[in-house]
Design a protein around this ligand. Structure first.
Ligand SMILES: Cc1ncc(COP(=O)(O)O)c(C=O)c1O
Length: 468
């Protein structure tokens, strides 16, 4: 621990042991020189700097006595109620606090769901047969690599990337056909059908919102033609820039949800939209009996289980601090702080996006984007033109990471070349995110103020120019 920051200082040996490359890069910050700019991790400084520090945190005392005690692990009603109200507003659909279950982060929420869906519905409850170990989960790729840890490590499901096209008019676009093709191909290869579809909307790393017609089409096919559940990870739902062509639509706002609520489950958390990644607070939102019982615990004789959140709780400290965020008001008490903060966030996000986009265009750095698409917090940089162009400069390597086994060597070289002196900019290599082709890098433009992100882009552009 460093006394000044309170953040743990990792060692190169420790980093080499972390299998999740993005997590290793998050901790790597502790080893970087001050001049380095790490845009590889999905974080968001805008809300804290914009208002949360001065409007909320500067005004609260730690710690009233009642908060040193045990708390309801999946969140007391006093916490779940305002969270349900916040989500109902963002989803433009009703959300009952009875269907909201808190956990220690969305990564945990996903893991809880992966376990819970392996329990059968009770007699009289609607729902497909339970999942079992080894069952396949379809994930449009690229995708956030944490799904592998949440679904595979302990629940023992199998993640199957559904590679989006990397060329042509549908470049990196999700379509029902791509999902269907992967679904039937899996069956041809393994004799079973996938049992779960996990969609991230808005998407990480592509940023885009999935449009209503596409979602209607996908959900209708899943419900009518398959036995799959759908998990919609909507952790970036407030991350919307002004004037997007395809607005965000929550899974809960679809007709499909009214038809089969037992097969559609949403997760959200405070890490991204509110920038509170260190708080590790996420929520499962589901009406499905097996999920409810897994999250709250069950006491009947045959099925005596403890709440899964007990092992990954929303603890009392989070209840206290998040309670202040959720109950805070502004403008003389006329507006909830969360409403104000998300409005201000969207303004700052739009400004940052425009500034960073202009810089990328000025510097001739390609990125995958269609005018009017939402970026969420990311640019998906297309550096394929630089693959294999190695300069005389060998990448430094004082702290070598263990990259994912199957990373393309040219992509890895480029990653190391950019993160080393004199550039010192860390981007997330796309193959960490199961990118179907090498040469794409995720840049998180909310990880720093836009002027700092623009400095980083200047440095990346200089480095790329040296490659010719
Ligand atoms: C799509 C997605 N889901 C979940 C998470 C993890 O959220 P948490 O930090 O709350 O576990 C991330 C973090 O990058 C993410 O991008």
């Amino acid at each position: 621990m460093t006394a000044s920051t309170g953040r743990p200082t990792p060692t190169a040996e420790l980093l080499a042991r972390i299998p999740d490359f993005e997590q290793a890069l998050a901790l790597y910050r502790g080893l970087e020189p001050e001049s380095a700019i790490n845009l590889s991790v999905a974080e968001n400084v805008l809300v804290y700097e914009g208002s949360m520090q001065k409007m909320i945190f500067a005004n609260i005392d730690l710690l009233p006595e009642e908060y040193i005690h045990y708390a309801t692990p999946y969140g007391a009603l006093e916490l779940r109620e305002p969270v349900a109200a916040l989500l109902a507003k963002a989803f433009d659909a009703p959300v009952s606090p009875d269907d909201v279950f808190g956990t220690g982060g969305v990564g945990s929420a996903l893991e809880c769901l992966a376990f819970a869906l392996q329990s059968p519905p009770r007699e009289g409850e609607a729902g497909p047969p339970p999942l079992k170990e080894g069952d396949a989960v379809l994930l449009p790729a690229p995708y956030w690599q944490g799904f592998n840890w949440s679904f595979e490590q302990r629940p023992k499901l199998k993640c199957v990337p559904v590679g989006l096209p990397t060329r042509g008019p549908d470049r990196f676009r999700l379509t029902l056909d791509v999902i269907k093709e992967a679904y039937f191909k899996y069956n041809r290869l393994f004799g079973e059908f996938p049992r779960l579809l996990a969609l991230t909307n808005p998407h990480n790393p592509l940023g885009v919102n999935y449009g209503l017609p596409l979602l209607d089409e996908i959900y209708a096919w899943v419900l009518d033609e398959t036995d799959m559940h759908i998990i919609s990870d909507e952790i970036y739902c407030h991350s919307q820039v002004a004037g997007v062509r395809v607005p965000f639509t929550s899974a809960f706002a679809l007709d499909a949800y009214t038809r089969a609520p037992e097969r559609i489950h949403v997760v959200w958390g405070f890490a991204k939209d509110f920038g509170l990644s260190g708080f590790r607070t996420g929520f499962v939102v589901s009406k499905y009996g097996p999920v409810r019982r897994a999250m709250t615990g069950a006491t009947d004789i045959e099925e005596k289980t403890h709440s899964m959140s007990w092992f990954t709780p929303v603890d009392s400290l989070k209840h206290y601090v998040l309670g202040e965020v959720l109950e805070g008001t502004v403008n003389g008490g006329t507006e909830l702080y969360t409403t104000y903060a998300m409005r201000q966030y969207q303004e700052m996000l739009s400004e940052s996006f425009e500034q960073v986009r202009a810089k990328l265009v000025e510097k001739g750095i390609d990125f995958v984007h269609t005018e009017g698409d939402n970026p969420a917090q990311f640019f998906w940089l297309d550096l394929t033109a630089y693959l294999g162009k190695r300069s005389g400069e060998a990448p430094c390597d004082p702290q070598k990471f263990t990259p994912p086994n199957d990373m393309d060597p040219d992509e890895q070289w480029l990653f190391e070349y950019l993160r080393c002196e004199p550039t010192e900019v860390t981007l997330l290599p796309g193959q960490t995110m199961h990118s179907p082709a090498p040469g794409f890098f995720r840049l998180c433009f909310t990880a720093y103020r836009p002027d700092v992100v623009c400095q980083a882009i200047d440095r990346v552009a200089d480095a790329l120019a040296r490659l010719g």
